[in-house]
Design a binder for this molecule. Sequence first.
Ligand code: SF4
Length: 452
Amino acid sequence: MAAKAPQKSPTIGIVSLGCPKALVDSERIVTKLRSQGYALSGDYAGADLVIVNTCGFLDTAKAESLDAIGEAIAENGKVVVTGCLGKEAELIRASHPDVLAITGPHQYESVIAAVQEHLPHTHDPKIDLVPEGGLRFTPRHYAYLKISEGCNNRCSFCIIPSIRGDLVSRPANAVLKEAEGLVKAGVKEILVISQDTSAYGVDVKYAESKWKDRTVRAKFYDLAKELGDLGVWVRMHYVYPYPHVDDVIPLMADGKILPYLDIPMQHASPRLLKAMKRPASQEKTLERIKKWRSICPDITIRSSFIVGFPSETEEDFETLLDFIEEAEIDRAGVFKYENVEGAPSRELGDHVEEDVKQERWERFMEVQQDLADARGQAMVGKSVDVLVDEWESEDRVWKGRTKADAPEIDGVVRIKAAKKAMSEGDFVRVEIMAAEGHTLEGSVANHAYTRT
Ligand code: SF4
């Protein structure tokens, strides 16, 4: 009798839009589907069904998500929608009535159920198809670690809490177990993300959980300390300057975690911060940054800002420019205010004209570029640790990042070296020879080393 042909695994494609938090959601979805025997395809043609994980943070992101859904329907036909825009099912159905199912953000079980309904598959549970640490969309040597969902703040320009709900922190031992698994799987840099990292654990009253031979609190400091013992780079994103953040700076000075803080400040004018209802807006941020620098001189401060928020005056805007210069913000992103549907700031009076927003955005970029150039030039002649990211075949250089650079959003180091001289995920010492803004160029120092 002929052997029974093995059942072909149905294949899923995924389009992941939006921020690293959404990327982690996509990773969880594909990890779960893979564990149930579904195969993955990198293109529409090879997929039996496509999941589109959408972003709904700004109106431009919504439009991009609707376009992506349309493209997936045109190219493949069988489409399940999830993510932040999933909250607006009517909007999606109005443009794309043929989508098979719509679920909201971090509703993993509903997405899986929708896939199973429209592409049924029975899997032998004894066959394990998922590597330790789960499936990831980032390169093997770095990973995002999401420590909580949702947000307790109510910034007036933001609709995230209405999409993702209030803060729900993961237990500390669950976060640490995942982090340890990532390190065992070869991760050299962990990027801690959430909507409000420094508020971690507030919702569970900093609950303790058992980790190895000790108990650990679900608290920003405790988490930073434990992660700092894993022997890899640990980078903190989305931190608000609450007073307890000061406690983490000595861990940076001691080399436990990276001397890097991503603090989305959004503005510097106290009046506007109040109108924005920003968390920790009353803290004396400039003084705090100066104090942090006195404890940890190497600290890099990344931030994002909004120009043209309703009622922003020329004076407010100049306060912002003075602030980024005086605080020496090392990495700054700037966005023009978007009047997002559903955001309370829509109701504020005195909206700023588009041409004024544009003009302020350009002036901000000029100051930002000067700061970047000065910062880059100050690196020339220095020898720095670099985590190697990828070989760029066109220019025949390696690309990597210093401790001051998060992937995708900050600067890069172009390293002149042969292809065989190193690999992705190596740590090397690089002597910086030239700089253009945040792009540095250098060659491997003669005392180069590879860590872990
Ligand atoms: S902190 Fe503010 S901007 Fe960030 S997710 Fe929460 S409400 Fe939105």
